[in-house]
Design a protein around this ligand. Structure first.
Ligand code: RUB
Length: 303
């Protein structure tokens, strides 16, 4: 199989999942495409690399971190294919450095004896918990299993492998009552984000119910998100990816219908803070901060 097609498949079927991993896969795709170019002297490097990158960045439509890689790398025509790779490495470095900063900001909010809830699998949140544990803090983490594809298991495994021993798995539906009735004394919710918008953010389906239940009991919700996930398009529900029914029930009765959005849109409120590479932000600050730090986010992707 062509390596770009393989990457495309891996992103589609969630073998590669989570905003950061998908963006990194697009950058890997750039390197693979540059390799192909070496044997295809008739191709225009800008057009070929751009087309292949767009192909990967839009496999999952609600992933601006991957799509903004295309904005960043192809802002203008470069003199050689190598120059695009250099920009790709620069984008990767921007993500990694920002995530380290966010990890430290988040870890400062973790206290000894605290109980925290997370949903799905966010590399940003997992790194933050690991940073806090390395600082010697002892705390508990509740992890939702995350239907339909159980990405919560990846989170649980990564935390256990990092030596954090107080990890508890719950099925998704348990989160609401734990938060509403203050069972287990949850101190805060830490989740990731796939997309930041002007008035809300997007994360794995189930995040909206968790945010509402937490707000009801004034349990703070922190979404850990690099501002490179800002999407300048006005938000509409059409931006939310829909998944295949197969994922819910592979051998379902023939006429059964399914509704399977991958994500929830969560409007910003006072209970929600975004932990970004510039520190803690409230929703109203997101747009300006993102465009101030990364002006290229406002540009259009054109071939
Ligand atoms: C993953 C998910 C994660 C974000 C952030 O959903 O919702 O919270 O992608 O990830 P899916 P990160 O499993 O459908 O991709 O913090 O690693 O960028």
């Amino acid at each position: 199989m062509n390596p770009i097609t393989r990457l495309e498949e891996d992103i589609k079927n969630l073998k590669i999942q989570g905003a950061t991993n998908i963006a990194f896969a697009v950058l890997d795709g750039l390197t693979l495409s540059e390799n192909t170019l070496k044997h295809q002297i008739n191709l225009d490097p800008h057009i070929y690399l751009l087309e292949q990158s767009i192909r990967l960045a839009f496999v999952r439509p609600t992933e601006p971190l991957a799509q903004n890689a295309v904005r960043f790398i192809f802002q203008k025509k470069q003199t050689s294919a190598q120059d695009y790779l250099k920009l790709g490495s620069q984008y990767k470095k921007m993500i990694s450095e920002a995530k380290n900063k966010m990890g430290k900001f988040g870890a400062d909010l973790i206290t000894d004896g605290g109980v925290y809830l997370t949903h799905c699998h966010s590399t940003t949140v997992t790194n933050m918990f690991i940073t806090a544990a390395k600082q010697g803090k002892k705390f508990q983490i509740l992890v939702t299993e995350t239907r339909p594809l159980y990405q919560g298991r990846i989170t649980a495994q990564e935390l256990l492998e990092a030596g954090i021993d107080h990890v508890t798995m719950i099925i998704d539906d348990v989160a609401t009552s734990l938060l509403l009735k203050n069972i287990m004394n949850i101190k805060a919710v830490f989740i990731g984000a796939d997309l930041l918008s002007q008035e809300g953010f997007v994360n794995k389906v189930g995040s909206l119910g968790i945010a509402f239940a937490a707000r009801e009991n004034q349990i703070p919700v922190y979404s850990m998100s690099i501002l490179l996930k800002y999407d300048p398009r006005p938000y509409t529900d059409d931006l939310l990816e829909r998944r295949e029914s197969m994922e819910i029930w592979p051998d379902a009765p023939k006429d059964l219908k399914f509704h399977s959005p991958a994500f929830d849109y969560i409007p910003y409120d006072n209970n929600i803070s975004i932990i970004s590479e510039t520190g803690l932000l409230k929703g109203a600050q997101i747009k300006n901060k993102a465009l101030e730090l990364y002006p290229f986010l406002a540009s259009k992707i054109t071939i």
